[in-house]
Design a protein around this ligand. Structure first.
Ligand code: ADP
Ligand code: MG
Ligand code: MG
Length: 936
């Protein structure tokens, strides 16, 4: 592995080309940054002695060079190395590039550092022209094969290098049009029914097409073909598909791709040739079972393209497939035999290769191979992509098998992918047939199917079975609905909670809809820009198509895809989970230092959180309770009251309701801390802003509508985010704080009286100065003393401060004189530190990410450089004043793995996140701990 790679390069010239083959391999698996994943692993397979067609890799540094200085500079820089690389291939394969009698043909393949399957381009059979095709056919004794290779080459080259693509996405591929014409002329259906003469006719047709559409002839000089292909593959790094994939997967633009130039081997040389893909374990379930598919007499992507039904590699896989496909054993053996049955010797060689590779890389391998006239060639291996379920199972089984250690097992599972195991999923077969109609942000994972409804109250009515025309999935009492909104607001909460899923046209990953949906563990797609909601007409339009209220759509909250129609889903219950998830969580708990709490507002949420392993509630947003039932009425009375007496009267109605809420929370979390935040949002959020809503409110409260309108206007703020909210409410209206504190302590004493342990923590929001904090904290202490005196009992409690204004972070040492704990509200802290309103950032954030001004959405993953400094500073200063100060995070970042790593390093005690993200946070916390341990 450690061959000195620069040995033969001139000392001053940078090295761009690295060879691989049976001899003279220069690269290896450790060189992914330079060679890309494909190139590095091709080299590694050569080192392991596996049969790999000889080739060379042009490095990612060449890609950077071509991006920076252009194609001309690149070609000049690599010319000599490419020529000598080709000589290496020629020597090893015993053929010459450009030889008309027995041509060496090449594949030119992209390969980035991180695998981006299918995102960039590949060209096969390069080196063919009108003369070489004759030589190839004669040498192979198979004219049809030669012409088929040639027509495939022109097709790929014409598309990738010469840019002959369908005019628009509705148009068919121009090459396929020619193929269809020739097939129709001959009266056949399948490509395989075309003979050598037909394929020759295709070649002429393709060339004419290129000349007509591009205005240039197809290049016949192999060297010109090679230069064009290499440049085009480097170029494909910048194609739209690849750009989008990189954005979705956080792959930096600067990495670039490598280009692999390799001798062709042919799976289409007849009945003893084949091509296929194989996995060392099951990528769907994680089962430790070698599996894969192949096609006899086929080339390249034929297996994936789905033109013919591929066969299974193993006998057991073949039998399982036959059962699903309802093919009986006789037919299976005759028409779809496994490779194990058909070519037993090759199968054994492949089996050995997969075992060798998995043991070597110590991870599940995804391999590509080709069999040419009875000889096996390995074309690729990589750590296979897999479902969340497979990730967990493979990690835990490899740990048990002694292949990997505990830290490695923990790091093998991408925390976010645990979602896959905890949310409903679509029936795979139905999903295959589904038609995507739009795409938005994958705001909250899961699969949802239901009838379109545009208003939250109607969503409730439909879900209760009061309206609608279809039957809900598995629910006897109501309809399955998808709430479709321009965006959501707190008023929509109940409609959201009864919907199967939520689709919004506007808003980002931390929009109201997204945050609430994640908290509910409910499927949500936000910011689907193509969706045009017409509330008047009660329609949703996407392009030229229209969906009406009651029409069925389906959402995949994990991918952001919106589908037409009804796709059946099935719930993943805890009992479905293999014991592996439980084992992984136990392992994570043993390794992590950070505690994980949940943000939960109701006893139901709290119970879910507890079941998923939360050891406390880090944030209960009391205002969420204000919207339920007839509470909103009491809240509105309080807001409309002219004086303190009037407010106290309304608050007295709220007291028993809040008390029972807290009662339920304390019970659900008995023995664990529960952090309750005092009222936070501006009061206008509790009033209706539209005419109809105000009228309804006037009627209900028997008040003139003018009075309501006036109050709404009086409460209007130009910038509510920085307005009359947080502890400013409690400073202006201490009676609100009093009521809330009383509800907390009365509930705590009630529950404690029943012998359950209670640990209430009262949290003051939006604090900026010690005095501000103390005014509220003193009030809370006073109410506590009152309640304790009234009831003749006490409960231990703490009063702490949110740290969510930059000022609070800066004077944390002072605030800690009063506060017994800090909870970082990183959403507000991010807004105020960056000066970005999170509800408005959607209009410029994409451009900011594109320009790399911020690397990630700072509302999703904490801005470590800026906001992170404030967190670290406040943590340090706070602890300087009060060494036992407890430190936590309750912003959305508490559930983001990268942010969790940061909070671990900053020395916090816990993170708090949505209940459904608790397992994710537990794993991320363990990963942070093992990464730290390994770097020590
Ligand atoms: P992707 O990254 O999209 O998988 P690849 O570069 O792996 O693209 O190429 C796609 C397919 O082309 C491979 O699966 C393989 O079947 C075929 N292929 C690539 N290189 C060769 C080669 N040297 N000989 C034969 N087939 C090849
Ligand atoms: Mg491949
Ligand atoms: Mg806040």
């Amino acid at each position: 592995m450690n061959t000195p790679i620069h040995a033969h390069a001139p000392k001053d010239a940078p090295k761009y080309v690295y060879r691989f083959g049976a001899q003279g391999t220069e690269g290896g698996a450790g060189m992914k940054n330079v060679l890309g994943g494909k190139g590095a692993n091709l080299a590694e397979m050569c080192r392991l002695g596996l049969p790999v067609p000889a080739g060379f890799t042009i490095s990612t540094e060449a890609c950077a060079l071509s991006t920076r200085d252009g194609a001309g500079v690149l070609l000049a820089a690599i010319e000599a190395e490419v020529r000598s690389g080709l000589a290496h291939i020629e020597a090893e394969m015993g053929k010459r590039f450009g030889d008309a009698n027995d041509p060496l043909l090449l594949s030119v393949r992209s390969g980035a550092r991180a695998s981006m399957p299918g995102m960039m381009d590949t060209i096969l059979n390069l080196g063919l022209n009108d003369a070489a095709v004759i030589g190839l056919g004669r040498k192979a004794g198979n004219e049809r094969f030669a012409w088929d290779a040639y027509r495939r080459f022109i097709q790929m080259y014409g598309d990738v290098v010469m840019g002959l693509k369908p005019a628009s996405k509705e148009d068919s591929d121009p090459f396929e049009v020619v193929i269809d014409r020739v097939k129709a002329h001959k009266g056949v259906k399948l490509d395989t029914d075309l003979d050598a003469a037909d394929l020759q006719e295709l070649v002429q047709g393709f060339k004419a097409l290129i000349r007509a559409r591009i205005g240039r002839d197809f290049p016949t000089d192999p060297w010109e073909q090679l230069r064009g292909a290499v440049l085009a593959v480097f170029e494909s790094w910048h194609n739209e598909r690849a750009v989008v994939y990189r954005q979705l997967n956080d792959i930096p633009e600067s990495w670039g791709t490598a280009v692999n130039v390799q001798a062709m081997v042919f799976g289409n040389r007849g009945e003893h040739s084949a091509t296929g893909v194989a996995f060392s374990r099951d990528a769907g379930t994680g089962e430790d079972l070698f599996n894969g598919e192949f096609l006899v007499n086929a080339q390249g992507e034929d297996v994936v393209a789905g033109i013919r039904t591929p066969q299974q590699i193993t006998l057991i896989g073949s039998r399982r497939w036959a059962e699903l496909a309802q093919v009986d054993e006789v037919e299976r053996q005759a028409r779809y035999p496994s490779l194990e049955e058909l070519m037993p010797t090759i199968f054994q060689a492949l089996l050995q290769a997969e075992t060798l590779l998995e043991n070597h890389f110590k991870d599940m391998q995804d391999m590509e191979f080709t069999i040419q006239e009875g000889k096996l060639w390995m074309l690729q291996t990589r750590n296979g992509k897999r479902t969340g379920a497979a990730m967990v199972r493979i990690a835990m089984e490899m740990l048990a098998q002694g292949l990997i250690d505990e830290p490695t097992a923990l790091l093998r599972v991408t925390p976010d992918r645990l979602n896959d195991l905890l949310h409903p999923v679509f029936e795979p077969a139905a999903l295959q047939a589904a038609r995507p109609i739009a795409r938005g942000l994958p705001a909250s994972p899961g699969a949802a199917t239901g009838q379109v409804v545009f208003f939250a109250d109607e969503a409730e009515a439909w879900a209760k079975g009061e309206r609608g025309d279809g039957r809900a999935d598995g629910r006897a009492d109501g309809r399955a609905v998808i709430l479709v909104r321009q965006e959501t607001s707190p008023e929509d909460l109940r409609g959201m909670s009864v919907a199967q899923g939520i689709l919004t046209a506007r808003g980002g990953m931390t929009s109201h809809a997204a945050v609430v949906a994640r908290g509910m563990g409910k499927c949500c797609i936000s910011g689907a820009g193509a969706v045009q909601v017409d509330l008047k007409a009660r329609t949703m339009r996407i392009g030229a198509l229209t969906w009406h209220e009651g029409d069925w759509i389906s959402l995949n909250g994990s991918t952001g895809e919106v589908f037409d129609g009804r796709i059946p889903t099935r719930a993943v219950f805890e009992s479905d989970l293999s014991g592996d998830l439980a084992a992984l969580m136990a392992l994570a708990d043993r390794h992590r230092r950070l505690a994980v709490r949940a943000n939960a507002d109701t006893p139901q949420d709290a119970l879910v959180a507890r079941r998923l392993g939360a050891t406390g509630i880090g944030l209960c947003r009391t205002e969420h309770m204000f919207f339920q039932g007839d509470r909103i009425r009491a809240v509105r009375e309080m807001i409309l009251a002219d004086d303190e007496a009037g407010r106290r009267k309304a608050l007295a109605q709220l007291l028993p309701m809040q008390r029972s809420d807290f009662d339920g929370l304390f019970r659900a979390m008995a023995g664990l801390p529960v952090t309750i935040r005092l009222l936070d949002p501006p009061l206008h959020e509790f009033l209706p802003h539209d005419e109809a809503g105000q009228q309804a409110m006037a009627r209900q409260m028997r008040l003139p509508i003018a009075q309501i309108r006036q109050r709404v206007e009086a409460l209007h703020e130009f910038n509510p985010m920085l307005g009359h909210r947080g502890c400013r409410l409690g400073i202006s209206f201490p009676e609100i704080t009093e009521m809330q504190a009383r509800a907390v302590f009365e509930a705590a004493l009630n529950v404690q009286a029943e012998g359950l342990a209670v640990e209430p923590e009262v949290m003051i929001p939006l604090v900026g100065t010690l005095r501000e904090f103390s005014l509220q904290a003193d009030l809370v202490h006073r109410v506590a003393a009152q309640v304790f005196a009234e009831q003749g009992a006490k409960v231990a409690y703490r009063v702490g401060s949110m740290i969510e204004t930059p000022r609070a972070a800066l004077v944390a040492d002072r605030i800690a004189q009063g506060a017994e704990f800090f909870s970082f509200g990183t959403n507000d802290l991010t807004q105020m530190t960056l000066g970005f309103s999170r509800d408005d950032a959607g209009s410029f954030l994409p451009a900011y990410l594109h320009h790399g001004i911020y690397e990630h959405d700072p509302f999703r993953s904490i801005d470590q450089e800026g906001v992170g400094q404030l967190v670290a500073l406040a943590a340090r200063q706070g602890r300087a004043t009060r060494p036992d100060l407890s430190l936590g995070v309750c912003g959305e970042h508490g559930g983001d793995p990268a942010s969790i790593t940061f909070f671990h390093r900053a020395g916090l005690d816990y993170v708090s996140c949505s209940p459904f993200r608790v397992p994710i946070a537990r794993l991320a916390a363990a990963q942070a701990a093992v990464i730290e341990a390994s770097s020590e």
